[in-house]
Design a protein around this ligand. Sequence first.
Ligand code: GLC
Length: 743
Amino acid sequence: MNQEKTTTFLKNTVEKKTFVESLLSKMTLDEKIGQMYQLSGDDNVLSEEIVTAVKNGEVGSILNDVNPDHLREIQRIAREESRLGIPLVIARDVIHGFQTMMPIPLGQAATWNPEVVRKGAAVAASEAASVGINWTFAPMIDISRDPRWGRIAETLGEDPYLASQLGVAMIEGFQGDDLSNEESIAACAKHFAGYGYAEAGRDYAYVNVGEHELHNVILPPFKAAVEAGSATFMTSFGDLNGIPASGHEDLLKNLLREQWQYDGMVVSDWESIKEMINHGFAADEKHAGLEALRAGVDMEMVSETYRKNIADLIQEGQVSIDQINQSVRYILGLKYDLGLFNEPKAYQFPEKGNPEYLDIAKVAALESIVLLKNNNKTLPLDPKRLKNLAIIGPMADDGYEQMGTWTFDGVESWVETPDKAIRELVGDQIKIHSAKGLQYSRDESRDGFPAAIAAAMKSDAIIYCVGEEAILSGEAHCRADINLPGIQDELLEELAALGKPIILVVMAGRPLTLQETEKHVDALLYAWHPGTMGGSAIADLIFGKANPSGKLPVTFPRMVGQIPIYYNQRNSGRPADETNFTPIEKIEVRAFQTSLGNVSMHIDAGYTPLYPFGFGLSYTTFEYKNIRVDRPAIQLGETIKISAELSNTGEFSGTETSQLYIRDLVGSITRPIKELKGFQKHTLAAGETIAVEFELHTDDLAFYNRYKRTEAEPGDFEVWIGGDSHTTLKAAFEILKDTNHIV
Ligand code: GLC
């Protein structure tokens, strides 16, 4: 990793170093310790206690107050009334929007469009910066394959390549061309590392993961974040193989600082340093602070182990002042890069939704929504052929729930719900009958059923909007049963009994288990929590103003017992396929013990998901053929070209995300049966054919191997191009043995 590369946004100029060193030389130990402390404003940073602490130079950063008047005043106090006038870095969880909400990150990942993600982050940064925020705790680039985990909503999906590409786009969107720009805010790559592997999908639980999985799946998005110049990193709550990430010297000092040459600032998660006592990794707060300092956490979020103990730890010779100075350099460097030492700008809330930002949110919602089923071309609906339409369900007209988890400052009144948007779009052509049926997703009351059934009986088609309230995903909101909550399925069964076309729209923070649900519907649009403009996007898709193009960034299990289930699994010694699998219903009574295929599957669920990674339908159809490689073999260090023909064989123009997968057939460790290594979005007119072309350098095939090296290994490879991870259009190539390369 060369130094220049990691300073894309983090200026490593002589001016910056001179400024930081000069300021550092004037600081007392207490002022240095103050910079390493982030406190929560809890909506009022102008409390007497906080104002006093800021004046005394005891605080380096604040979070959780977004009142522009408060932020303007507290920043003035820091700059004008503290001894050295060091400004505060002001943080907020601007995860998928500030006031204009984009789809949740998992939904943004379904766009497979870095440009959409980048623009969404830039909107979020602009709105947040306008009130005085200059640091967000995003992107969350944890990999997770467990939809029971509430925070899968915040991830960019199950695949390290996709999460890397989109995580970088989010960082660039937040940080812009220069961190000191008025509309730029510092990004924060989190949670370093392994948080998404919490045992049983239970938040904060133990993370037990092998070194190959850690290096080949969990770490690549963070490496990409370093190369993209993420201004900060955040440590995870998690206990990574016995060592809490906030005290993990190997992860932070050896890997992030020394191997990856990261020169940004590292902040703990909320009280994650103090929680090392609960982990049983620290005896008390002083010990916890020492472990975090040894590991290299520069700033402590909310807990006060640093504030209370660093002076003693230095006095006792357990920590050196050089270590403290280095952390303070990173913190002052961040503030310098953000331009906070320059004249502060005026802070104010924008008056109303910026139309340009709402348009960006709509495009994000449109491209995030995945068409999972469309029997008999139920969709798009033709308003000329409908007289009456029922819009039913708890998520049909609920702006608050539609915005999803981690919506601290989203403006509910700006939200376009499906009911509102459909009425605006076709209300003058179709009579619309709305009835929620259920008041919220967990509602167990059948009181609303009669009105819902009555509305449906008057109608030619039913749009049933279901899902999860926002609070059922996100931090600390994990579910062991990921069916539709409450009695939404029961209402669906009663609607289905009417024999009318049902379009199911699902808004949720995770993949739900829909195996039984989807049987009752003719079409299924998966909208995640689509944000401010979600309803408008749903209306346009249902009535054909736009053609669905979303693709799943995460696997949908048939039932919760299959978890973890994901596309890039290893083959095992006894892989299942359609020839050797015996489903439970075909097992004879009193069958002899070895009556099964003796392969890796569940007899009551099989071995395939309900919907695979990368899957998504369109109103048109796409076909791939004639895959080929430009040569059958390459040397290490060379590039191979893979191409295929893509045709739009349907009657609508549409956008397809072509995906490139490889398989390294034999490695020094076992390798996944497929790995995503490229994707491209193409819009084709009906009947159009194009050539889809990818290039792969052998560096793209490198992995952390048995010899603890990250390198490509010679041998045979298979390569696929297709519209989802189940693609069968395959070619082959070889990386030639390099006679000097002993594997
Ligand atoms: C939370 C989350 C973290 C967030 C931080 C500040 O507990 O784990 O992602 O940024 O605290 O709200």
